[in-house]
Design a protein around this ligand. Structure first.
Ligand code: DC
Length: 224
């Protein structure tokens, strides 16, 4: 199978919807590769901060994105050979990522890098524009979401669990601000593709969501 023919399961949705956890488990179940595209935007935001480049400076941030020295090793993420797995998960890093993600030059610079993750036997990719822009020919497209309050609670527990400082009110506000920016931006906004399956996980466990995605994939790839 050529890399470009490897099947893709695209999982898009707003922040803290659980799409990362679901995507990772689906990838493990099917022995597929996994792309956390949000991590790439988070890395660009961090690279800009470390280089003291203003995150609104499109020309300079795009140059950083094009030259990004990023390395993924299972759950560990490296920037310029430094382990940054936790550093890119802070609320601040999320806000920076959302800001650099509005820059067309940055999105263009990351496009081929994301497509390079496509390899046999398949890829599960999560983000905001996996089904609409990066892998429009994905075998399965999922729009995974949950109520903003439920997402804020999940993010809060996640941060506290990692020993980070967190305020529920601040997280809720941040999630609303990010939803707003990610869905309103002019280029590749977060939106449900017409051919995507809507999956609301507000009252659904991760395991149940994984089952639904795997079942959808089985149906989509069944011989007629
Ligand atoms: O999925 P995440 O929360 O780690 O993503 C961080 C930010 O990156 C998110 O607020 C918007 C941006 N992003 C994007 O614009 N396109 C993607 N495919 C993935 C993330």
């Amino acid at each position: 199978m050529s890399a470009s023919a490897a099947p893709v399961i695209a999982i898009d949705g707003p922040s803290a919807s659980g799409k990362g956890a679901v995507a990772q488990r689906v990838a493990r179940r099917l022995h597929f590769h996994y792309l956390d595209s949000g991590a790439l935007y988070r890395l660009v935001g961090l690279a800009a901060r470390l280089a003291q480049v203003n995150i609104d400076d499109e020309r300079r941030v795009t140059t950083l994105a094009a030259a990004l020295d990023a390395h993924f090793d299972d759950e560990d993420i490296y920037l310029d050979r430094q382990l940054v797995t936790d550093a890119i998960r802070s609320e601040e890093a999320g806000a920076d990522a959302s800001a650099v993600a509005t820059l067309p030059g940055v999105r263009q610079a990351l496009l081929l890098r994301q497509r390079a993750f496509r390899a046999a036997p398949g890829l599960v990719a999560d983000g905001r524009d996996m089904g609409s822009v990066v892998f429009p020919d994905a075998a399965v497209k999922i729009y995974l979401t949950a109520d903003a309050e439920e997402r804020a609670t999940r993010r809060y527990k996640q941060l506290i669990g990692k020993g980070m400082n967190a305020s529920m009110a601040a997280i809720f506000q941040d999630i609303q601000a990010r939803d707003d920016r990610d869905s309103r931006r002019a280029i590749a906004p977060l939106e449900k593709c017409s051919d995507a399956m809507f999956l609301d996980t507000t009252n659904l466990s991760i395991d149940d969501a994984v089952e639904q995605v795997v079942a959808r994939y089985a149906t989509a790839t069944q011989a007629p």
